[in-house]
Design a protein around this ligand. Structure first.
Ligand SMILES: *[C@@H]1O[C@H](CO)[C@@H](O)[C@H](O)[C@H]1NC(C)=O
Length: 227
C-alpha cells in the first residue's frame, strides 16, 4: 500500500507542476520558457550578453584595469596603407579618421596624475625635418606618460638625440630601430627602469608580411598611474 500512496502523491505533484507550467506559459510565454530551462537544468549561455560585456572594457581590453591604472591600446601602422591608432581610457587619441595620425612617429602625451591629454604629434620621419620631433620631445614635462606608434617609416630621419630621449623614457629597442621597422611604446620621463610596454618588429625581406614592410604591431594593457 505504501508504494501506491507514494506513486499517487508523485503523480498529483507532476500534474500540478504541468498545470502551472501550462498556465504560466500561456500568460507569459517568454518568461516561462526561461523558468522551464532553469527548472530542467540551466538556461543556455546568452551570447548577446557576453559580447556586450566584452565591448564594455576600455580600449578593447578583455578585463578591467585595477584602480589607479589606465587602460590603453596601441596599434602601429600597416605598411604605408593603414595609419596607427592610440587609445587611452577608452578614448581614441590618435587615428586616421581623427586626422592626427600618419606616416612617421606618432605620439600622445598625457598628464600621468590625471590622465588628461596634453598633446599629440605626428612627425614624418622620411621626408620631414627631425628637428620638429626633437623640439616636441624636449618640451615634454616630467609628470607625463608617452604613448608612441610608428607609421610606414620612422627610421630614415631617426637620430641619436631622438633615440636618447626615448631611451630615457624607458625604451630598450629605439636604439636599433631602422628603415620601415615597426615600433610601439609606452614610456615616461620618470620611469625607473625599462618599459614593459614596447614592441619592435624589424623590416626583414625573409619575414615581412607585406611587400617591403613587416606585420603591424598592437598591444594593450594597464599602465600604473605611478609609472
Ligand atoms: C568604450 O567605448 C566603446 C565604444 O565607443 C563603448 O561601447 C563602451 O561602452 C566603452 N566602455 C567603457 C567602459 O567606457
Amino acid at each position: 500500500m505504501r508504494l501506491r500512496e507514494g506513486l499517487f502523491i508523485l503523480l498529483t505533484l507532476l500534474i500540478l507542476i504541468m498545470a502551472w507550467l501550462f498556465i504560466s506559459m500561456s500568460v507569459h510565454p517568454r518568461h516561462s520558457i526561461t523558468l522551464l530551462q532553469n527548472f530542467i537544468g540551466g538556461a543556455p549561455p546568452r551570447r548577446e550578453h557576453v559580447t556586450t560585456k566584452t565591448a564594455l572594457y576600455k580600449c578593447r581590453m578583455t578585463k578591467e584595469c585595477p584602480p589607479d591604472y589606465y587602460a590603453f591600446y596601441i596599434k602601429s601602422g600597416a605598411a604605408n596603407v593603414v595609419n596607427p591608432n592610440i587609445c587611452f581610457e577608452n578614448k581614441t587619441l590618435l587615428s586616421g579618421p581623427l586626422g592626427n595620425a600618419g606616416s612617421g612617429m606618432n605620439i600622445a602625451v598625457l598628464n600621468s596624475l590625471t590622465g588628461q591629454l596634453l598633446n599629440t604629434g605626428s612627425f614624418d620621419m622620411y621626408s620631414g625635418d627631425p628637428a620638429e620631433l626633437l623640439k616636441f620631445l624636449k618640451e615634454i614635462q616630467a609628470e607625463t606618460l608617452i604613448l608612441a606608434a610608428s607609421g610606414d617609416d620612422i627610421g630614415t630621419k631617426m637620430n641619436d638625440e631622438i633615440r636618447d630621449i626615448f631611451t630615457s623614457f624607458g625604451s630598450q629597442f629605439i636604439k636599433s630601430v631602422k628603415f620601415r621597422d615597426n615600433w610601439i611604446f609606452v614610456g615616461a620621463p620618470k620611469i625607473k627602469s625599462t618599459s614593459p610596454f614596447e614592441q619592435h618588429l624589424e623590416n626583414n625581406k625573409e619575414t615581412n608580411k607585406y611587400d617591403g614592410w613587416p606585420e603591424m604591431l598592437e598591444m594593450n594593457g594597464c599602465i600604473p598611474r605611478a609609472f
